[in-house]
Design a protein around this ligand. Structure first.
Ligand code: ATP
Ligand code: MG
Length: 421
């Protein structure tokens, strides 16, 4: 049989990597809870329609990246490429439109068929937050503030820059679109093939092009800020002053358009310069058109999603894992007693590694390998005396302790305890 490998762009997350990922997610949900948000989990697959219509026919996701398949009943399903569309669907399906504002956070795997590279996977994880039902720019300020606190708690705030832009309202986008078509038409033959297609279908997306030639042409393009309606302009200014009020620093980037069609007004990204082209750690924006586009009431929303893998690449765990205590029973009666002692210590929150058959030597080898602090040995002698031998694995000293005094003797190994949640 040929060697079995994980599917390209997916990976197994084991041990320390898993702990780091959990730590990052836990930090995020703690922050979200302090903002008064509630957890939500939507299914990992949805009807293809949920994404097809809403993300936009010209978006990278719909065009090239969706894992779409027919199930045994012939329905077209798609593995979720992002969280917001499913959540908008949940608002409508659950009849929650009259319960706004809805303040939600979520976390889980997402699937996109793109070219795998560092920080770009086919199955990756996002943590996200959505504030649904508030049209005021104060909502944008709140979700950005939550993202800022999340990154601050991980020690990443000094590593990232918040970039900000506005995509205005429908009217602003209409006039801007025309001026972009005018501008880019003059350079049509020099644009990348992809951008030539975008020119008629969605010229705004040219601003987001990664092609270096396109980028040069984009640098001379008219700025959206000159095409904003007075309402859209004042929305943006209010939002910026809300950020100033909280001391949140940002840079205005008039070419930040984001890949999805459902965005309007605010768009933002927290970007690090340490991860090359995969430097966006967290991105979001306002999506007032999304729920009505899906056939729901006209309910506005704003939110963001963070790429957990990219954040993990920059994050250090603040505390070391506790070291285990190994319990080694010798012979059948010793093993039985060892299992009972292991359970007793586990109930006191010690991290315990129970050694199975193989004798003292193998047991101690395993204890050293996993970096245990101490080994508890139970041989025939110990059993007859109702004792155990505790060996300190850092200095090799051994003490025989009666079973009833074991707990107090182990007090020196407090560092082997898991911190209670
Ligand atoms: P990019 O421009 O890097 O493709 P995007 O605009 O497609 O990102 P979003 O849809 O905004 O990304 O997703 C939010 C975040 O999720 C991104 O900022 C990134 O941190 C993370 N992310 C997106 N796609 C991937 C992927 N394929 N692998 C790992 N993380 C990803
Ligand atoms: Mg992408």
């Amino acid at each position: 049989m040929s060697k079995l490998l994980p599917v390209r762009g997916t990976h197994d997350i084991i041990g320390e990597d898993f702990r780091l990922q959990n730590y990052v997610i836990k930090s995020a949900l703690t922050v979200a809870e302090t903002f008064g948000y509630e957890p939500i989990e939507t299914p990992i697959f949805e009807s293809t329609d949920v994404y097809q219509r809403t993300l936009g026919e010209t978006s990278d996701i719909v065009n090239k990246e969706m894992y779409t398949f027919k199930d045994k009943g012939g329905d077209s399903l798609t593995l979720r490429p992002e969280g917001t569309a499913g959540i908008a669907r949940a608002v409508i399906s659950g009849g929650l439109q009259d319960n706004t504002p809805l303040k939600w956070y979520y976390s889980g795997p997402m699937f996109r068929h793109e070219r795998p590279q560092k920080g770009r996977l086919r199955q990756f994880h996002q943590f996200g937050a959505e504030l649904i039902g508030v049209a005021d720019p104060a909502a944008d300020v709140e979700v950005i503030s939550m993202a800022t606190e999340f990154l601050r708690n991980l020690g990443l705030l000094s590593e990232v820059k918040l970039q900000l832009n506005t995509l205005g309202d429908f009217q602003s986008r209409k006039t801007y679109r025309e001026s972009l078509i005018n501008y880019f038409s003059d350079f049509k033959d020099n644009l990348s093939e992809e951008s030539q297609v975008r020119l008629t279908r969605n010229p705004l997306r040219i601003l987001d092009s990664k092609d270096s030639n396109d980028k040069e042409i984009v640098s001379g393009a008219p700025s959206f800020h000159n095409f904003l309606t007075p309402e859209a302009d004042s929305f943006f200014k209010n939002m910026c002053s809300g950020l100033d009020n909280l001391g949140i620093e940002y840079l205005s980037n008039p070419y930040l358009v984001r890949g999805l069609d459902y965005y309007c007004h605010t768009t933002f990204e927290f970007i690090s310069d340490k991860l090359g082209a995969q430097g966006t750690l967290l991105a979001g924006g306002r999506y007032d058109g999304l729920i009505p586009m899906m056939g729901g009431q006209s309910i506005p929303g704003v939110g963001w999603a963070a790429g957990i893998e990219r954040i993990c690449m920059l994050t250090q765990m603040p505390t070391e894992e506790p070291r285990a205590i190994c319990v080694i029973g010798l012979g059948e009666p010793g093993e039985k007693e060892a299992a009972k002692i292991a359970l007793r210590l586990r109930r006191s929150k010690f991290k315990v590694d129970l050694i199975y058959k193989g004798g003292l030597k193998r047991g101690l080898r395993r204890a050293n390998k996993i970096g245990a602090v101490a080994a508890i040995l139970l041989g025939e002698n110990e059993l007859t005396n109702n004792n155990v031998t505790v060996r300190n694995l850092d200095n090799g000293s051994q003490t025989e302790v009666s079973l009833s005094e074991l707990d107090s003797h182990l007090a020196v190994y407090e560092s082997a305890k898991l911190v209670a949640e």
